[in-house]
Design a protein around this ligand. Structure first.
Ligand code: GLU
Length: 271
C-alpha cells in the first residue's frame, strides 16, 4: 500500500460548477481515501474580475450534493489554511520577493501596448516562439527598484533559461521534454499584485503538502513552468497525473455550447 496521499481539487470560482471538477474530484478523493490520506478543496480565486462568492458557494454545494466531501477546505478549515487564495496574498508576495532576490524572477515594466505590438510582429514574422522577448531582463536591480519606488506599474516574470530542456514525468503518460527556448518568461505576479495561477498553484501545492497533483490534461503545458518554479524555490515536485478530458462520443471536448456542463443543471433535473 502506498503511503497516505494528500490530494486536492483547486477550482476557480468563475462560473457554474463544471462536471469536470466533479470528475477530477472523484480520482483525487479515491486516492486519498484508499491510502488513508486527505483530500483538500482549495479555491483559486486569483482572477479578481471573474471570481465570485456566488460561484464558490455553488461549487461547494454541488460537490457536497455528489457526496464528494473533503477533509480540508475554505468552509471547514484545516492545518494548512487559509484555503482561499485571495486570503494568501502575503504568502505569494513573500515567494515572489524570494525569487526576485535570488535572480530567478524579475520585474517587467513593459506596457500592454508594447506587448501587443511585440506579439503582432512575432506573428507576422512567423516565429515558432511567440512570447515575451526578455526586454526587462537586463534592467538591473537599482534601475528596477527606482521605477518601482516611482510607482511604475509592473509584473513579476520568471526568468526561464534560454537553452536546455525541462523534463518531467507524468505517472499516467510517461516522460515529457520541453525545449526551454520555447517557454515564455511566465508572469508570476500581475500588475494588481495578485499572483497568477502558476505561482499560487505551485506555492500552495507545496505548502499544503499535496503529494499527488491529479488534474485534467489541459494543464500539461503548464507543467514545465511549474517544474522551473519548484526548482527555483527549492521545493520537491509532487507526483503528477493528468487525466483525459471528458469527451463526446465523437471525441470532441464537452463544452458549454454543446453539452450541459454545470453540475447544478443535473441537480435541478433530479439526477
Ligand atoms: N484553478 C485551476 C482550475 O480551475 C486548477 C488547475 C489545477 O488543478 O492545477 O482548474
Amino acid at each position: 500500500m502506498t503511503s497516505p496521499a494528500r490530494t486536492r481539487i483547486a477550482p476557480s470560482p468563475t462560473g457554474d460548477p463544471h462536471v469536470g471538477t466533479a470528475y477530477v474530484a472523484v480520482f483525487n478523493r479515491a486516492l486519498a481515501r484508499k491510502t488513508g490520506g486527505q483530500f483538500l478543496l482549495r479555491i483559486e480565486d486569483t482572477d479578481r474580475e471573474r471570481s465570485s462568492p456566488a460561484s464558490e458557494a455553488m461549487i461547494l454545494s454541488t460537490l457536497r450534493w455528489l457526496e464528494l466531501d473533503w477533509d480540508e477546505g475554505p468552509d471547514c478549515g484545516g492545518p494548512h489554511g487559509p484555503y482561499r487564495q485571495s486570503e494568501r496574498l502575503e504568502i505569494y508576495r513573500e515567494h515572489a520577493r524570494r525569487l526576485v532576490d535570488g535572480g530567478q524572477a524579475y520585474p517587467c515594466f513593459c506596457t500592454p501596448e508594447r506587448l501587443a505590438e511585440l506579439r503582432a510582429r512575432q506573428k507576422a514574422e512567423g516565429l515558432d516562439h511567440v512570447g515575451y522577448d526578455g526586454c526587462c531582463r537586463e534592467l538591473g536591480r537599482a534601475a528596477a527598484a527606482e521605477k518601482i519606488r516611482a510607482g511604475a506599474p509592473h509584473v513579476i516574470r520568471l526568468r526561464v533559461p534560454d537553452a536546455g530542456e525541462t523534463v518531467f514525468r507524468d505517472d499516467l503518460r510517461g516522460e515529457f521534454t520541453f525545449q526551454n527556448r520555447l517557454l515564455d518568461d511566465q508572469v508570476l505576479v500581475k500588475s494588481d499584485g495578485y499572483p497568477t495561477y502558476h505561482l499560487a498553484n505551485v506555492v500552495d501545492d507545496h505548502l499544503m503538502g499535496v503529494t499527488h497533483v491529479i488534474r485534467a490534461e489541459e494543464w500539461l503545458s503548464s507543467v514545465p513552468k511549474h517544474v522551473l518554479l519548484y526548482r527555483a524555490l527549492g521545493y520537491p515536485m509532487p507526483r503528477l497525473l493528468h487525466l483525459p478530458l471528458l469527451r463526446n462520443p465523437d471525441r470532441s471536448k464537452i463544452s458549454k455550447r454543446k453539452n450541459p456542463v454545470s453540475i447544478a443543471w443535473y441537480r435541478a433535473r433530479g439526477y
